[in-house]
Design a protein around this ligand. Sequence first.
Ligand SMILES: [Fe+2]
Length: 247
Amino acid sequence: MIDLHCHILPNADDGSQSPAQSLRMARMAVRAGVTVMAATPHTNIPRIFENYASEELDARFDELRALLRQAGIPLDVRRGAEIFCDGDVADLLRRGAVSTLDGTRYPLVEFSFHDRPMRVLSVLQDLLDAGCCPVIAHPERYRFVQRDPDGLLPIFAEMGCVLQMNKGSPLGRFGPAVQRTALRMLDQGLVHIVASDAHSDLQRTPWLADCYDFLQEHYGSGCPHLLLERNPAHILNDEPVESVFDI
Ligand SMILES: [Fe+2]
């Protein structure tokens, strides 16, 4: 499997708090069947988690890769960021101040849970106009989506955005409102990739196997294969993603 949303970079945000914890998360991911992972620290949250591009940040990704190599953990970690949509994100991307997923046209973007749909749509359009293909982090967690999933999600998908569901959402780990929205997304085929959004090895972990099994049981084996393997691979290859309806 390929996990494109994980807070495994140590001491960068509210995810891994030490190199030792990153190693535990990496071992867990590999045991669950993950071979490639994007490290996506929170980015562009002013005065909290900024993580703008710098030589120091480059070095931290290199240190994480070296740490995994030394520990003999076969996990291919790629560069990424979970970019909070505050200010002019299209301009940040154009200037290279924030990273897409592994240098592709796909930035992973998140919104405030209480954002306004019209503002979200205008930010997404700016990103598309800048030549990016936004990957919307966990739409099922946003209040504005929960209030109107059937209205907003098809618009996001038709615009050309990628919908990334968290692995814990359909399993009920974020409560009933998130679970209901996640199941609705799956039923409607309005999800392109599933990722862990892991923050530690204890809660919100990188263990993707339980979600893989759940999707296989309820939606058939083509579903987890597409959402956890094929579409994430398309993104890393900078290719268009496929719809659940095509499988
Ligand atoms: Fe995240």
